[in-house]
Design a protein around this ligand. Structure first.
Ligand code: PEP
Length: 259
């Protein structure tokens, strides 16, 4: 049975896509459809340059709006970077940390992750900390080891009392943007590994509080099946979050029949 003591969380990562007009159009449509939000939490992670506009449109609704990355200092000679306090100042209430594209395209090392998660929490942003193995790591049976290493770094400065503000996303790198999705069994096992690790690190209460999302080629047609997996508390959606006609059915995953 899926544990629905944790509120389902559906998040869209727009990455470096859409233009300002399309972002605003999409947020208006989602806001209109979401109403009071009901039993689920919904958020979008927009390009930083549009965050002020997107949060202005989202205002008055339960929709969360976040940035896709931060640096872990508040000020300084960090050309091109954005501080957590800056995202907060333009109305963002959350942020992605350690997305696979940050780790693999931009070579962000594990050592940065704990400080990024900590500054997000300290500056009142809700972090989604992303972890996941590459195809080679999975083939070499190293998935658990990789997840634990990434958790070690991201949770380095996390305390049990942070649990209700922190989310983890399990995103197998080989499933991101590829059309390949983890089977429910794979997702279930990875989520179990992650929750067990959190329980050992922060205790059972924290482990039962922290939501763990699945991400990797989530579509309207597989959202319901993935949400039915024990321990999957939500979905982090890339490609399918960029159009209302694919993102809204995912948000409403249990309100429609699976084909
Ligand atoms: C992502 O960007 O986090 C993601 C899961 O992308 P996609 O849904 O396109 O695989």
């Amino acid at each position: 049975m899926t544990n629905r003591s944790r509120k389902p969380y559906i998040a869209g990562n727009w990455k470096m896509n859409l233009d300002r007009a399309k972002c605003l159009d999409l947020i208006k449509t989602i806001k209109g459809r979401l109403g009071d939000g009901g039993d689920r939490e919904v958020a979008v992670f927009a390009p930083a340059i549009y965050l002020a506009d997107v949060t202005a449109v989202a205002q008055g609704s339960p929709l969360g709006v976040g940035g896709q990355n931060i640096w872990y200092e508040d000020n300084g000679a960090f050309t091109g970077e954005l501080a957590a306090r800056m995202l907060r100042e333009v109305g963002a209430d959350r942020v992605l940390v350690g997305h696979s594209e940050r780790r693999h395209v931009f070579k962000e090392p594990d050592e940065w992750m704990g400080r990024k998660v900590r500054i997000a929490l300290d500056r009142d942003l809700l972090p989604i900390y992303c972890v996941g193995e590459t195809l080679d790591e999975r083939k070499a049976n190293r998935t658990d080891r990789v997840l634990k290493r990434q958790l070690e770094s991201g949770f380095d400065k996390v305390r049990p009392e942070d649990a209700h503000r922190l989310t983890v996303a399990y995103e197998p790198v080989w499933a991101i943007g590829t059309g390949e999705t983890a089977t429910p069994e794979m997702a279930g096992l990875a989520h179990k590994t992650i929750r067990k690790w959190i329980a050992q690190r922060l205790g059972d209460t924290a482990a039962n509080t922290i939501r763990i999302l699945y991400g990797g080629s989530v579509k309207p047609d597989n959202a319901r099946e993935l949400m039915a997996v024990d321990g999957v508390d939500g979905l982090l959606v890339g490609g399918a979050s960029m159009q209302a006609d694919t993102f809204i059915p995912i948000i409403e995953y249990d309100l429609r029949q699976t084909p």
